[in-house]
Design a binder for this molecule. Structure first.
Ligand code: HC0
Ligand code: SF4
Length: 563
């Protein structure tokens, strides 16, 4: 153990502890900006500086380690002055038009400037302009980039896609797309992990709220909105609402006030996906066993982009089932349009997703199953624009029939959830008996690469689940080298799955992923129906329209060709 003194308090911590963590252990706050635990500990912003007795210059607390007998001051006059100068220098390189910034109110730099009482700027700003393609779902504003390196580190070390890089030199140094490429020319999967980890407004999603409101206000248009599983775990965070209060039903209550005609649940389509994908898996199983190559889930568009650009020779192993978002749109514009007796052209289908990649998904095969995708953050902004008092919202029911969901459909939003839901129904399809609902819980948890083996009525099924693209690359390389053999593999681009998607609210605290995950498994546990094949609306949808999974009509409407 190492003994030191912080702000007059004696502290004893393990060797190798940073000054930042040592201070945290006794409840002392040291502000940070570029710091991301175990991902970005480079002291680039110099906001976490502290004074160490015996050293002339302040040192950064995030990447300097405690030493025996050290005497540290985290908020002395010298520290405050240095910190304030550092933040002013950062501001001088930043377009601080807070009034028009999507991050106003939850920008780390804005909070720091307020906390440090910065009310005047002595430095002139010289800001770089760039020509970003504003139609791309991910928007970068070079004038707001503070070169904290978080996006570069996340993309390099967690997702291992290497899209961003430091470019230019001297005062023109900034971060941009590696090799001066246009973002559309890169392999960017739109996972949006750079966006959720940006501490300012340099990275954001394309704002599609305007086109959604145009549709809502047009009396000729029928607006149908679907809510993804993971959105219900996080929509209340930026309003300061508790997980217990910010339920899916209160979100429905808010959406009702916006004026959507029908409010449905993506989890209904998740159950449909399970019926199609589970049946496809069983149909492909003999070939899977013979080739030794798995079938992959296809519901994460970031992953689908990834496999197509990084392992194109494996893309034929993707399930042909459309993702729940796309299936929802396709069912709405076929089955539901027929039920309503309206021309599908009159329906405007909106999705609320925790994801940036979903904004691009519906354009792939030319068919517009979904017309607009809003992220969880855009819905927050929509609620604010409508002055909705979120803390007074009443619970409201999803509309039917496309609003009926099961526990299996809900857990899609967490890594392992699609696999677990698929196995629950595959077991039923093979044996005509339900398994214990929790029989496949071995695939739960936030580990980046999990595997499990199950007996499916005498057939041994080996499955793997990965989340995060760095983990995915390791798994894919192991499959290609023949080091591992699986029958069925679920991949989600975002570490932890959609609960940690690129469209979710900003939150520095890593424990939020676990909190969001607990919401989904709690909903599953307390749902009366925990099997996709028991969803009454799914059963009816097949009876009335699709006949059975993998029918001719299903293939036509609910599946895509990936190669
Ligand atoms: Fe997901 Fe989905 S679980 S990808 O993360 O499969 O975005 O939440 O909506 O489509 O259902 C996202 C979340 C979805 C889809 C579902 C799947
Ligand atoms: Fe989108 Fe979910 Fe895939 Fe992330 S894991 S890219 S949020 S679908």
């Amino acid at each position: 153990m190492v003994n030191l003194t912080i702000n007059g308090t004696k502290v004893s911590v393990k060797e190798g502890t940073t000054i930042l963590d040592a201070a945290k252990s006794i409840g002392e706050t040291i502000p940070t900006l570029c710091y991301l635990k175990e991902i970005n500990e480079i002291g680039a912003c110099r906001v976490c500086v502290v004074e160490v007795e015996g050293t002339e210059r302040c040192v950064t607390a995030c990447n300097n380690f405690v030493e025996e007998g050290m005497v540290v001051y985290t908020n002395s006059r010298k520290v405050r002055t240095t910190r304030k100068t550092n933040v002013k220098l950062i501001l001088s390189q930043h377009d601080y038009k807070c009034g028009t910034c999507v991050r106003s109110g939850n920008c780390t730099l804005q909070s720091l400037a307020n906390e440090l009482n910065i009310s005047e700027m002595p430095y002139d700003s010289i800001l770089e302009k760039d020509n970003w393609d504003m139609t791309f779902p991910l928007i970068r504003n070079a004038q707001k980039c503070i070169k904290c390196m978080r996006c570069v580190q996340i993309c390099d070390n967690i997702q291992e896609m290497h899209i961003w890089d430091v470019v230019n030199t001297g005062s023109r140094t900034t971060v941009n797309v590696r090799g001066n490429q246009n973002i559309r020319e890169t392999a960017c999967t739109l996972c949006g992990q750079c966006v959720v980890n940006c501490p300012v407004g340099a990275l954001r999603e394309r704002d599609d709220v305007g086109m959604v409101l145009d549709a809502v206000e047009d009396d000729e248009v029928i607006t149908v909105v679907q809510v993804a599983p993971a959105v219900r775990t996080a929509w209340g965070e930026s309003f300061g609402l508790s997980k217990e209060f910010a339920t899916a039903k209160r979100l429905v209550g808010g959406l009702r006030k916006i004026g959507f005609d029908y409010i449905f649940d993506t989890t209904f389509a998740a159950d449909m996906t399970i019926m199609e994908e589970g049946s496809e898996f069983l149909e492909r199983l003999p070939e899977i066993k013979e080739s030794g190559l798995p079938m992959f889930t296809s519901c994460c568009p970031g992953w689908v982009k990834f496999i197509k650009s990084q392992y194109p020779d494996m893309a034929d192993r993707l399930s042909s089932a459309k993702s729940p978002q796309q299936m929802f749109g396709a069912i709405t514009k076929s089955y539901y349009a027929q039920k309503l007796g309206v021309d599908p052209e009159k329906i405007f289908c909106v999705s609320i997703m925790p994801c940036l990649a979903k904004k691009d998904e519906y354009t792939w095969d030319g068919a517009k199953d979904v017309d607009a995708v809003l992220t969880t953050r855009e819905v927050e902004r929509l609620f604010k624009a409508f002055f909705i008092k979120t803390d007074e919202l009443e619970e409201d029911e999803f509309d039917n029939p496309l609003g009926e969901s099961t526990g299996a459909g809900v857990i899609f939003g967490a890594t392992g959830g699609v696999m677990e839901a698929a196995l629950r129904s595959a077991y039923y399809l093979v044996t005509k008996k339900n398994p214990e609902p929790d029989a496949f819980k071995a695939v739960r948890g936030l580990d980046g690469w999990k595997e499990a083996e199950f007996d499916l009525d005498g057939t041994d099924i080996k499955v793997a689940v990965a989340s995060g693209l760095g983990n995915t690359r390791r798994l894919m390389n192991a499959i290609k080298k023949g080091e591992v053999h699986y029958d069925f593999v679920e991949i989600m681009s975002c570490p932890g799955g959609c609960i940690n998607g690129g469209g979710q609210p900003f939150k520095d605290d890593a424990s939020m992923v676990e909190e969001r995950r607990n919401v989904l498994y709690g909903l599953d546990k307390h749902n009366n129906i925990r099997f996709s094949h028991e969803n009454p609306s799914v059963i009816k949808c097949y009876e009335e329209y699709f006949e059975k999974p993998l029918s001719h009509k299903s293939h036509e409407i609910l599946h895509v060709k990936h190669v």
